[in-house]
Design a protein around this ligand. Structure first.
Ligand SMILES: NC(=O)c1ccc[n+]([C@@H]2O[C@H](COP(=O)([O-])OP(=O)(O)OC[C@H]3O[C@@H](n4cnc5c(N)ncnc54)[C@H](OP(=O)(O)O)[C@@H]3O)[C@@H](O)[C@H]2O)c1
Length: 252
């Protein structure tokens, strides 16, 4: 039994950015990394045996309780103390829904696809906050971040299109802002943020990389390093902000 330096939960740890964050965090001393997957744990994960994996399909409300129980069990076994989470980073997201590319215009909007985008990109952040609040409250400086996207910024929208994705990320941003206000009262040392990772070479961005200049397409490892820099430097005054990979502020 030992005390933890930092306990971190990466939701969507099996994805491109999520897995890169898991690897980066696991190289730091005294950090307990827990990560979730839906379909498969990354092939490479066997070389990182210290990362503990938990399953969740974020669309299934009943699975959040099992996730919390799993986290409590892991942390209680590790420390022998009441379970505490310091950081939650939600990296789950979908741009193409059911293999359908995002909408270019109003004509292609379909209600089922729109609702799925909200179920995957928006609602899970609220359910994670609801279920993990008791564990975050035990942290001296809780941090709660979801990977959003610059295209979810209303004031930055100059191109249009991608209706479901843009709307679900804009709604996600509102959800995070709301959480930051509620937790700002409940946990004055907490910091809740929306993060923009930059265009990153993952399965999500593959169909859209053709027109991205090489220097603007980051590897997942580079994105993880940059996002870690942002997460490490968060202060109380960053609570409720939308921050890019370089720490710059994005207008809502
Ligand atoms: N890549 C970019 O250029 C870029 C740019 C801006 C924002 N983002 C955002 O960054 C985040 C991470 O994206 P990424 O590029 O790393 O994409 P990715 O490689 O496709 O990873 C997406 C992750 O979401 C998980 N996921 C999807 N549906 C799920 C569900 N119903 N339940 C549980 N997990 C589910 C996937 O798990 P499974 O593989 O098991 O389905 C995977 O772990 C997303 O929110 C995305 O919107 C990415």
């Amino acid at each position: 039994m030992s005390d933890l330096g930092l306990s971190v939960l990466i939701v969507g740890g099996s994805g491109g950015i999520g897995w890169a964050l898991c690897k980066t965090l696991s190289t730091l001393p005294n950090v307990k990394v827990m990560a979730t997957y839906r379909q498969d744990i990354p092939e490479e994960a066997k070389d990182y045996g210290e990362i503990v994996w938990l399953p969740i399909d974020v669309r299934e409300q009943s699975q959040y309780v099992a996730l919390v129980e799993g986290v409590i069990e892991i942390l209680s076994e590790t420390t022998g103390q009441p379970a505490r989470i310091d950081w939650v980073i939600n990296c789950v997201g979908q741009l193409s829904i059911d293999q359908e590319l995002p909408e270019k215009n109003l004509k292609s909007i379909e209600s089922e696809r729109f609702v799925k985008a909200m179920q995957i990109n928006t609602l899970p952040t609220l359910l994670l906050a609801q279920h993990l609040q008791p564990l975050l409250r035990r942290s001296a400086a809780p941090r709660f971040a979801t990977i959003s996207a610059r295209v979810g910024s209303i004031s930055d929208n100059g191109l249009g299109g991608w209706y479901s994705y843009r709307c679900s990320k804009a709604a996600l941003n509102m959800a995070l802002k709301n959480i930051s206000i509620e937790w700002g009262r409940l946990m004055p040392n907490s910091c809740t943020v929306a993060l923009h990772p930059g265009t990153t070479d993952t399965s999500l961005s593959k169909p859209f990389q053709a027109n991205v200049p090489e220097h603007k397409l980051f590897s997942a490892d580079k994105t993880a390093r940059l996002l870690m820099g942002v997460l490490m430097s968060l202060q109380r005054e960053n609570n409720g902000q939308f921050l890019a990979f370089d720490g710059s502020l994005i207008e809502w």
